[in-house]
Design a binder for this molecule. Structure first.
Ligand code: PBG
Length: 323
């Protein structure tokens, strides 16, 4: 045998010398849930060891995250039912607490990167990402709402808006509104290939945003489709997206790879709630080793081509490698 691949694995120095994929905390984006009120740090039943925070407590948490190297956050609002309506009007209202959360975090920690969620579902009494009547989602009627939401977030100081709604044409629509209002520096991280997935279950439970009728298959992608992801990516790129996201991550590593090979802008992947929960629970019950399963999952998403990863593992991973 002339070629023995095992020679290059014979000790840890060689192994790390030739390691092909590296992951640093800089590549991680931590999703956090915020709610209105004071002195709230509530563990989420459907997302164990993740919390929903009021702004005052969240500031301490962000300070801690920064101390372990996490500087990028995606913020999700948990909205009380009384503020939900069919047009998600609270989403861009001046007294939406979420906008204040963005403003205060950005003032307090100017070096953080804050990413928003642009979609109707957290605010919609129908639990859909678009305007819903008589069993139909109205794409073009939804765009102005998304535009107002993105503009309000830009005015509050967001670095990157994150349209997660899958309406056609929303990236271009949002880009135009931001530019017209002198927010050409605000970036768009588009949820480009967002699949209709069972792995969002725990997240919807947290936001109480399960669709009241029907499902999201009319706008989120069919898990069987791959070429369609290229079509979505072409459109988002043409419309001015700065980042293309694939979501979920684990069942869609091929899609991450595909977009990485075909587009020269950063690719991000959302390692979603269900993916976190299955790892966390299996580890709690002794079936998996949490730290090594987490590390393997994150490195696989990066190896597939993700430049940055949104993950509920972010804090645990940062703590692990700081040891
Ligand atoms: C919806 C949205 C969803 C997630 C983020 N934004 C779920 C959905 O489409 O219902 C899921 C994230 C996760 O599961 O961690 N705008």
């Amino acid at each position: 045998m002339n070629i023995r691949p095992r020679r290059n694995r014979k000790n840890s120095t060689i192994r790390s010398m030739i390691e092909e994929t590296r992951l640093s905390v800089d590549n991680l984006i931590y999703p956090v849930f915020v709610e209105d009120g004071k002195n709230i740090k509530k563990e989420l039943k459907s997302l164990p060891n993740q919390f929903s925070w009021s702004l005052d407590k969240l500031l301490n948490e962000i300070e801690y995250c920064i101390s372990i190297g996490i500087k990028s956050f995606v913020l999700f609002p948990v909205i009380n039912n009384q503020f939900k309506d069919s047009k998600a009007s609270y989403s861009y209202s001046d007294d939406n607490f979420y906008l204040n959360v963005i403003r205060v975090i950005k003032d307090t920690f100017p070096n953080t990167c804050l990413i928003s969620d642009v979609a109707m579902d957290p605010y919609s009494s129908d639990g859909h990402d678009g305007i819903y009547t008589n069993g139909l989602i109205h794409n073009d009627e939804t765009l102005p709402i998304l535009g107002k939401m993105a503009l309000a977030q830009a005015q509050a100081g967001i670095d990157i808006v994150g349209p997660s709604d899958m309406m056609d044409g929303r990236v271009g629509y949002i880009r135009e509104i931001l530019d017209k209002n002198n927010f050409s520096d605000v970036s768009i991280m588009s949820y480009t290939a967002k699949y209709s997935s069972s792995f969002y279950g725990p997240f919807r439970d947290v936001l109480k945003s399960n669709p009241k009728h029907g499902d999201k298959k009319e706008y989120q992608m069919n898990p069987s489709n791959k070429r369609e992801a290229l079509l979505e990516a072409d459109l988002d790129f043409e419309e001015g997206a700065d980042f293309l996201m694939v979501k979920p991550a684990l069942c869609y590593l091929d899609i991450i790879h595909l977009l990485k090979e075909n587009f020269n802008i950063p690719i991000t992947a959302y390692n979603v709630s269900g993916e976190y929960v299955m790892t966390y629970i299996a580890s709690k019950h002794g079936y998996l080793d949490y730290n090594s399963a987490m590390s393997e999952i994150l490195i696989s998403i990066r190896r597939a081509g993700a430049d940055a990863i949104l993950s509920y593992f972010a804090k645990d991973f940062a703590n692990l490698i700081s040891k």
